[in-house]
Design a protein around this ligand. Structure first.
Ligand code: FPP
Length: 238
């Protein structure tokens, strides 16, 4: 079985999972967080080198104050806990998205975790927080325009690689496989540039229940796809 080098996951269904159990949505997020911890270990054991997850989108601020507060509390605790998880899994952690909207102490915890985990490279784990693909591209274009204005870059010299180099994911390979849990089949503003050639896998399983068996199933499905042309088949040009 070929193991995809980079797997991206849209963590969806925590709320529905909790509702079915008669519990508040925040309980679903807590269980989703526990599952994320497990899945990092699973990814590493399977030989996945890069794992990128969508944990909080630029749209998620619109949720109820109670839910947003619950998620912020969860992120705070997780950043601390993740120091240990990163050491256990020899995992380098990066946060993609715009962290400046978060409280100062959370931004600080993110920085500490990124700094501490720089020493590891067995698994590269990216957490998308306050992330939106359009916002990422907007921020990249702004930075690029500033470099052009400063004379550090010629407009004629801008290649696809130049643009990739301004994104939050600079230096990381594009995902080979995208998994979305919980039955929705949308991209929801996630990694739109980076997913150009990625295989998509959708499952009805809600995120807190997504386990090793489901992960392997997604990889098996990925193996049945024809990736000979890097995802672009010659026939598609006919
Ligand atoms: C989607 O479920 C999930 C989220 C918006 C939050 C994802 C967060 C976690 C898994 C928590 C842990 C993450 C980190 C990095 C600590 P939903 O609420 O949209 O579920 P629903 O579609 O059933 O309502």
């Amino acid at each position: 079985m070929v193991i995809p080098n980079h797997v991206a996951i849209i963590l969806d269904g925590n709320g529905r999972w909790a509702k079915k159990k008669g519990m508040p949505r925040t309980y679903g997020h807590i269980k989703g967080c526990d599952n994320l911890e497990k899945i990092c270990g699973v990814a590493k054991d399977l030989g996945v080198k890069y794992l990128t997850v969508y944990a909080f989108s630029t749209e998620n601020w619109k949720r109820s104050k109670e839910e947003v507060d619950g998620l912020m509390k969860l992120f705070r605790n997780y950043m601390k806990k993740c120091l240990k998880i990163s050491a256990e899994n020899k995992m380098r952690v990066r946060v993609i998205g715009d962290p400046t909207a978060f409280d100062e102490d959370l931004q600080q915890k993110i920085k500490e975790l990124e700094e501490y985990s720089r020493q590891f490279d067995e698994l590269h784990f990216q957490i998308a927080l306050n992330y939106g693909s359009r916002d990422e591209i907007r921020r990249a274009v702004t930075a690029l325009a500033e470099d052009v204005k400063r004379g550090e870059l010629e407009p004629e010299g801008i290649t696809e690689d130049t643009i990739s180099g301004y994104l939050d994911t600079r230096g990381l390979p594009d995902p080979d496989l995208l998994i979305r849990t919980s039955g929705e089949e949308r991209l929801s503003n996630f990694l739109m540039w980076q997913l150009a050639y990625t295989e998509f896998y959708f499952t009805d399983v809600e995120w807190p229940d997504f386990d090793k068996e489901n992960f392997v199933k997604a990889i098996e499905k990925y193996n049945q796809r024809d990736r000979r042309y890097g995802g672009v088949k010659e026939e598609s040009h006919v």
